[in-house]
Write a protein that binds this ligand. Structure first.
Ligand code: DC
Length: 224
């Protein structure tokens, strides 16, 4: 049996995970959040106070890290050496560390096989930075989802505000720009649009509009 795979790549804060989750629910696919896997590895390094630029130390520790995932009521649970770390990986600190350590090829290769395995055994919608270009180059449908850094910073600011966290929007935007720069310019599997990916700028689109548009693309593809 062959499975359908949808790859969604794009920069931080473009809305990939919100949109992918909704599409997964509507299509009955599993949602694979690859950023969460990099975040779990980042948490491991942060806990041990390993510097993101200390490649030798990072590579030495990679063998001792086991990342697995489970699904609970459709939600992806990331296990770091058996510990559920979902509640610990959503901070800016972990996100920035994930961006920094994911530059390392050994870190990336550790996670790519797990990601490919999931796509071999399930209908998946997988989001990240290198899904359409490297992890699943033969994905059935590829989307490059982006939005202006201003809009992405504003969305993040509102999200934090709703949680009662005060933040400076200028700093959030600077962080986003720095993260884009690093994710797009690393040597191995950088963020870029795959040649056969559909470019979608969500700056002026509502979430539902983006979801409906991608489901429309899926319906066209699956019938062909
Ligand atoms: O999507 P996110 O914010 O959870 O991802 C955190 C970081 O992980 C991101 O800045 C870069 C890295 N990442 C990656 O390099 N490749 C992926 N497929 C997913 C995330």
């Amino acid at each position: 049996m062959s499975y359908f795979s949808i790859a969604i790549d794009g920069p931080a804060g473009a809305g990939k995970s919100t949109i992918a989750k909704q599409i997964a629910r509507r299509l009955g696919f599993i949602y694979v959040d690859t950023g969460a896997m990099y975040r779990a590895m980042a948490l491991y390094f942060l806990r041990r106070q390993i510097d993101a630029s200390d490649n030798e130390n990072i590579e030495k520790h990679c063998d001792g890290i086991n990342i697995t995932i489970e699904y609970m009521d459709g939600e992806q649970i990331v296990l770091l050496n058996g510990e559920n770390v979902n509640g610990l990986i959503r901070t800016e600190e972990v996100g920035n560390m994930a961006s920094a350590v994911s530059v390392n090829k050994t870190v990336r290769l550790k996670l790519v096989e797990l990601q490919r395995q999931l796509a071999r055994k399930n209908n998946v919608i997988m989001d990240g930075r290198d899904i359409g270009t490297y992890v699943l180059p033969d994905a059935d449908l590829k989307i490059y989802l982006t939005a202006s850094s201003k809009v992405r910073a504003m969305r993040r600011y509102k999200e934090l505000k709703e949680k009662g966290i005060e933040a400076d929007i200028t700093i959030i935007e600077q962080d986003i720009i720095e993260r884009d720069r690093r994710d797009m310019n690393r040597e191995f599997a950088p963020l870029r649009q795959a040649e056969d990916a559909i470019y979608l700028d969500s700056s002026d689109m509502a979430i539902d509009e983006v979801v409906d548009y991608i489901i429309g693309l899926y319906n066209n593809k699956k019938d062909n």
